[in-house]
Design a protein around this ligand. Structure first.
Ligand code: ADP
Ligand code: ZN
Length: 726
C-alpha cells in the first residue's frame, strides 16, 4: 500500500456460485456494519449481498474498488447465521455464496412491504343503494378495515363499486399495517397432563433448554409413545426463555395433523417454511423470522437456513429420515447441520425418532448425546402384533400380490368395522413394461431407467427426469403391435386387485402424486378420520406420523423391496421404514396387527421386525459397519461427475484417477459408471472416498482436486457423507 488515505472497505458476500466475495468501499454517509444487506455494483449489474467482514489490509487500488450503493431496510443477517454459512460451506466444500443463497432465498423480503390502503365504513349511507353496494357495506360490518381487493373478492363486486362508495362518503380511506401480524404461541394455552414416563423425559429436555447451553438429546420412543407431546414441553420452555424454536419435519406440507396438534397445545399455528408457501407467505415468514417475531417455525430442511436472531431450540422429528439429506445443490444433512447450528448458537437440539439412525445411537451410547427414552405407548395402547407371511409358501397367484392370509386378515378387519392399510413403496401401476413378443423394456430416452406406467394418467413416466409419454402402439424394437405387458405392481395395480377382492368396501390410494398439496393431504386425513376410507393403499407417504385410532391392520405387500441393491443403509432404512409403517396400527384402544409379506422371512431385517427387537438389530448393524469401517465408524465422500459428452467426462475421470492420492488411512475408489449411469441425458461417473473417522476427508479431496480444471461441459458434485449411492 502506498500511503494513500484509504477509505473504509468491507468484503461483501454475494449469493452466487463462484467468486462470490468482493471488496467494496463504504461511502461516508452510509452507516454500514457487518451483517447488513447491501446493494452493490457488479460489472454492469447490481446485486444484493451481505457485508461479511471489514477489510483491514488490501493492496487493491482505490480506483478499482466500487462503492456500496445502499443498505437495505432489513435487520442484518445475524452473526450466528453468518458463522453457520461459513461452517456449512467449509464442511460441504461448497462456495459460501451458494450457501448464503439458502439464507436469503426471498430477496423481496429485504424491503418492508409498502403500506396498504384500506377502506372502512363511515356512519353515512350512500344516497343511492344498490345490491352490490349493500354487499360491500355488509363485508365491512363491525368497523373492520379491508383492502379494496379483499372487499371486491369477498363481496363479489368490482373495485369501482368501492370507489363509488368512497365518493359518496359511505367509505373512508385508512392506512393498514404493512406487515400482517404473526400471532404468538402461548406455552400455557392448553397444558397436557403427561404420564409419569413422559414427564420424566420432558423434565430433562426442559432443563436443557433452560440452561441455554449446547446440548443434544436423542428422544427415542416407540410409535405412539407421545414424543410430540414431550418435545412440545421443551418448546414451551423455549418460549418461556423468550427464544425462537425450530421444528424440522419431513413432509411438513402434508402434516396437517401435526399442525392441528400444535394449535391445540399453543393456541395458534406455528410459522411454516416449505416449498408449498406462496411468495407472499414466504416474504412474510422470512421477515418475521429475522425480526424475531416468528417464535416457533416448523419447516422442511431449508428452514435451518432462515436468519434467526434468537434461536433457543431445534427439534428434528423423525431424525433418521433420509429426506433430511439434500443431494442436489449444496448437499447437506439437515439433521447433522442442526447439531452444528446448536453448537454455534449454544442451545439445545432434540433428535426424535422411534427408530433412531445408527449415527445418532452411537453418539448417544458414547455419551455425546443425552438418551431420553419412552418405552411404551401412551394411554395403555399396546404395540401391534407382527406376523410374517412367507410368499414362497403362500403365493398370491399370477398377477396377484395379496396372499390368502393377508386377504383373510383384511376381510376380518373390515367386517369388524375397522380400517386397514396396505403399504407398497411404489407409485404408479407397474414399474416395468415389456414387449411380450421380444422382451424389449420400455426405457426413458434420457435416463438409464425404466418407464413407470401410470394408468390413471394414461402415461408412462420416468421417475428420475419427469419424462412422460403415451403408451406406444407397437414395440419400438420388433414392431409387434398390442404386445405390452405390465410387470410387477405399483399401488394403482394393487388398488385394482383390492377392489376385486373387497368390492363392498371403499379403497383409497395415497402417494406423492395422488396427494399433491397441503389441502389434499388434509382432506385425505379427514376422510380417513371420518371412516370414509376402509382400506388405504399407500407409499411411504402414509408411514409419516399419522394417528388413525380405528386403523388396526397394516399389510406390507413387499417387505423385501428396500433390501435389494448395495446401499450401505439398505437394511437400516428398510427396518426404520417398516417399523414406522407398522407403527400406524392399533394406536388407540383396539390392538393392532401387522402382516409382512416376504420371500426371505429369515432375513435379519424381517426377523427383527417380527421380534420387534430394534436393539438386537441395531447391534448387528453396528458390528457390521464397525467391521467395514463404514459410517459412523469411518467417513465417506462421493464425487459425481456428469456431462452430456460421454468422452469428455470419462477422460476427465481418467485424469483424476491417475492423480488420485494414496494414504494409509484413506482410499479412493473409482471411477465407476454410476448405477444410474445416465440422468437427463448426462453420463455419470462416481468416485468414492473412504477414510478413517479421524481423517479430514475434505482436505484430501481439495488437495487431490487442486489445479485440476473441470471441463466446461462437465459438472463435478462433491457429496460429503453421501446417502444416495445412485
Ligand atoms: P409418537 O410421536 O411417539 O408416535 P404421538 O406424540 O403421536 O406419538 O402420540 C400418540 C397419541 O397419543 C396422540 O394422539 C397424542 O395426542 C396422544 N397422547 C400422547 N401423550 C398424551 C398425553 N400426555 N395426554 C393426552 N394424549 C396424549
Ligand atoms: Zn428420465
Amino acid at each position: 500500500m502506498s500511503g494513500i488515505v484509504q477509505q473504509r472497505r468491507v468484503r461483501v458476500l454475494l449469493p452466487m456460485n463462484i467468486g462470490a466475495a468482493y471488496d467494496y468501499q463504504v461511502p461516508d454517509h452510509l452507516p454500514v456494519s457487518v451483517g447488513h444487506f447491501v446493494r452493490v455494483p457488479l460489472g454492469p449489474r447490481q446485486m444484493i449481498g451481505v457485508v461479511w467482514e471489514e477489510v483491514l489490509d488490501s493492496n487493491i487500488e482505490n480506483s478499482k474498488i466500487k462503492d456500496i450503493i445502499e443498505i437495505l431496510p432489513s435487520e442484518p443477517l445475524p452473526e450466528q447465521s453468518r458463522k453457520f454459512v461459513d461452517w456449512v460451506a467449509t464442511y460441504t466444500m461448497q462456495q459460501p455464496g451458494r450457501v448464503l443463497r439458502m439464507s436469503m432465498s426471498v430477496p423481496d423480503a429485504l424491503h418492508p412491504k409498502a403500506p396498504r390502503t384500506g377502506y372502512r365504513k363511515t356512519n353515512q349511507l350512500p344516497a343511492k343503494m344498490t345490491s352490490a353496494r349493500r354487499r360491500v357495506l355488509d363485508v365491512l360490518e363491525g368497523d373492520i378495515a379491508r383492502t379494496a381487493s379483499e372487499i371486491a373478492e369477498i363481496a363479489g363486486v368490482s373495485t369501482s363499486v368501492i370507489k363509488g362508495l368512497q365518493k359518496s362518503e359511505a367509505l373512508t380511506v385508512v392506512d393498514l399495517p404493512s406487515e400482517t401480524d404473526i400471532p404468538n404461541p402461548n406455552g400455557n394455552f392448553a397444558i397436557v397432563s403427561l404420564s409419569q414416563m413422559q414427564d420424566t423425559a420432558a423434565s430433562i429436555l426442559k432443563s436443557q433448554v433452560q440452561e441455554e447451553t449446547f446440548a443434544v438429546s436423542l428422544l427415542e420412543g416407540v410409535t405412539g409413545s407421545g414424543k410430540t407431546e414431550v418435545y412440545f414441553e421443551a418448546i414451551a420452555q423455549c418460549l418461556e426463555q423468550g427464544k425462537q424454536a425450530l421444528v424440522l419435519l419431513p413432509e411438513i406440507a402434508l402434516s396437517s395433523q401435526w399442525l392441528g396438534r400444535f394449535e391445540q397445545r399453543f393456541g395458534v399455528k406455528p410459522v411454516e417454511w416449505h416449498s408449498d408457501l406462496s411468495q407472499g407467505e414466504r416474504r412474510r415468514n422470512w421477515r418475521a423470522v429475522i425480526e424475531g417475531r416468528a417464535k416457533v417455525v416448523v419447516g422442511a430442511r431449508s428452514a435451518l437456513f432462515l436468519p434467526y436472531p434468537n434461536l433457543g431450540l431445534i427439534v428434528v422429528d423423525e431424525e433418521h429420515e433420509a429426506s433430511f439429506k439434500q443431494d442436489e445443490g449444496v448437499p447437506y444433512n439437515a439433521r447433522d447441520m442442526a447439531v452444528v447450528r446448536g453448537q454455534i448458537g449454544k442451545f439445545s437440539v432434540i433428535l426424535a425418532s422411534a427408530t433412531p439412525s445408527l449415527e445418532t445411537l452411537v453418539n448417544a451410547q458414547a455419551g455425546k448425546y443425552t438418551h431420553v427414552q419412552l418405552a411404551s405407548r401412551y394411554g395403555g395402547a399396546t404395540m401391534p402384533s407382527v406376523e410374517v407371511v412367507d410368499l414362497k409358501q403362500n403365493r398370491p397367484g399370477s398377477q396377484r400380490w395379496i396372499s390368502e392370509p393377508l386377504k383373510a386378515a383384511i376381510e376380518k378387519t373390515l367386517e369388524n368395522g375397522q380400517q386397514a392399510m396396505l403399504f407398497l413403496n411404489r407409485r404408479g401401476y407397474a414399474p416395468l413394461t415389456l414387449c411380450d413378443a421380444c422382451g424389449y423394456r420400455l426405457q426413458c430416452p434420457h435416463c438409464s431407467a425404466w418407464l413407470v406406467e401410470h394408468r390413471m394418467l394414461r402415461k408412462l413416466q420416468c421417475h428420475h427426469c419427469g419424462f412422460a409419454t403415451g403408451s406406444p402402439k407397437a414395440c419400438p424394437d420388433c414392431g409387434e403391435e398390442g404386445c405390452f405387458k405390465a410387470c410387477g405392481p405399483g399401488i394403482e395395480r394393487l388398488a385394482e386387485e383390492a377392489e376385486i377382492l373387497f368390492p363392498d368396501h371403499s379403497v383409497a390410494m395415497m402417494a406423492s402424486d395422488t396427494v399433491t398439496s397441503p389441502r389434499a393431504a388434509a382432506e385425505f386425513v379427514d376422510a380417513m378420520s371420518r371412516g370414509d376410507i376402509d382400506l388405504l393403499i399407500g407409499t411411504q407417504i402414509v408411514a409419516k406420523g399419522y394417528h388413525f385410532p380405528n386403523l388396526t391392520l397394516v399389510g406390507v405387500v413387499d417387505a423385501d423391496l428396500g433390501l435389494a441393491g448395495g446401499d450401505l443403509r439398505a437394511s437400516e432404512r428398510t427396518f426404520q421404514l417398516l417399523s414406522q409403517v407398522a407403527g400406524r396400527a392399533g394406536r388407540a384402544e383396539q390392538p393392532g396387527h401387522v402382516i409382512l409379506q416376504s420371500h426371505m422371512p429369515e432375513h435379519p431385517v424381517i426377523e427383527a421386525l417380527l421380534n420387534q427387537d430394534a436393539v438386537a438389530f441395531m447391534k448387528t448393524e453396528n458390528e457390521a459397519r464397525q467391521e467395514a469401517v463404514m459410517p459412523p465408524f469411518g467417513r465417506l465422500a462421493a464425487l459425481v461427475l456428469s456431462s452430456t459428452e460421454a468422452e469428455s467426462v470419462s477422460s476427465f475421470c481418467r485424469e483424476l484417477a491417475r492423480s488420485a492420492p494414496h494414504g494409509d488411512n484413506f482410499r479412493i475408489m473409482g471411477p465407476a459408471p454410476a448405477p444410474l449411469s445416465m440422468i437427463r441425458g448426462r453420463h455419470r461417473y462416481r468416485f468414492l472416498v473412504k477414510s478413517a473417522k479421524n481423517v479430514n476427508i475434505q482436505s484430501i479431496i481439495s488437495q487431490w482436486l487442486k489445479g485440476k480444471k473441470v471441463p466446461s461441459n462437465t459438472r463435478l458434485q462433491i457429496d460429503i457423507d453421501p446417502y444416495n449411492f445412485m
